[in-house]
Design a protein around this ligand. Sequence first.
Ligand code: NAD
Ligand code: USQ
Length: 383
Amino acid sequence: MKVLVIGGDGYCGWATALHLSARGYDVGIVDSLVRRHWDQTLGIDTLTPIAPIHKRVTRWKELTGRELELRIGDITDYEFTRSVLAEFKPDAVVHFGEQRSAPFSMVDRNHAVLTQVNNLVGTLNLLYAIHEVSSGCHLVKLGTMGEYGTPNIDIEEGYLTVRHNGREDRLPFPKQPGSFYHLSKVHDSHNIHFACKIWELRATDLNQGVVYGVITDETARDEVLINRLDYDEIFGTALNRFCVQAAIGHPLTVYGKGGQTRGFLDIRDTVACVELAIANAASPGEFRVFNQFTEQFSVLDLALKVQQAGTELGLDVEIDHIENPRVELEEHHYQATNTELRKLGLKPHCLSEALLDSLLRVAVQYRDRVDEAQILPTVAWRR
Ligand code: NAD
Ligand code: USQ
């Protein structure tokens, strides 16, 4: 099967491209490298020293004999997107290629507009390109659990059966996202759903939770293949940040009370879930939604786990409750369903002491690269 991984130079995309290639898929990577550019503009860097994409791809071929066809370009450019699909002729497109940080989208008007234009136009172009030159191709799109927000009812997988005035319907689950970035994912979902209806496209929206970890079987094969690990206030996510903070003796930055609960998953499960979605394609006209996370934790739960694992490694780990820069509930109901990917065969890696130990060791190994000025949040939602 031929699979095009858009955003294949990024955190989830690089790990997924290598995983699929190792599993025998014929993989192409599309990336504009804009994420590396944003890092430079913001003065931030990944903890781990990632190699340039050409060097990564060459090393993979040297090690495995497997080619990763590389196309550098921006999917908001329609001619580029259409020509890549027409030439590569993918059976599936996995779309990771978006601006994915909530704080980035909340910096100011420009960043909100950049996020929504990049994400919505890119996805819309992809829908048109599939329709025009790649019909039958299955779109596997990365959405987010944050599309649902934190409603006071259990969260279902994409749809909710509603009874109203004596009638019943299965409707998209209500969306109450918490940033202009998360909103871009909601708008994408609506566009994809509509395209499936009118053009009989087949699509899977993977509403992914917060990803943690850095090592997968393939990226561990050589230092040139190492994946990015973001720890800064803009692109760093909760557990990855806490591990890096623990490694340098910075108090863990729990925002507010820390009762904010989210779905989380190991990056090894990200790659497995994407493969399951590709191997079990949606039907023509079907807009399928899977909730892609394996466990739920509150932010404070995670900080306590990192504190315990850090202490066992001889680190001195303190927890701080700092003023929450975001507008979000800090204590709330959270019960989300995640059965569809398990039904397809997902065997989750649960958050374990071993995983925390290995993530903390990576953080300690590269701690000289940490810029402490990038840790405390400066982007505030209410500004
Ligand atoms: P990332 O920033 O590491 O990677 C995204 C990649 O997409 C980058 O290499 C970037 O250069 C590329 N890209 C962005 N816009 C592009 C465009 N217009 N054309 C071509 N390439 C473009 O992000 P990530 O953490 O790997 O996230 C990948 C996807 O998964 C995103 O859609 C994100 O919303 C989703 N997701 C991520 C997480 C997480 O915890 N990292 C959780 C849930 C969902
Ligand atoms: N948080 C802290 N301290 C920190 C960082 C975060 O308490 O130092 C809290 C946040 O306030 C929030 C929670 O942790 O309540 C999650 O924040 P995050 O930065 O780890 O994740 P988020 O902004 O939600 O975004 C990340 C990815 C995004 C993806 C999303 C999945 O960057 O691409 O869509 O996770 S989800 O959260 O399920 O929507």
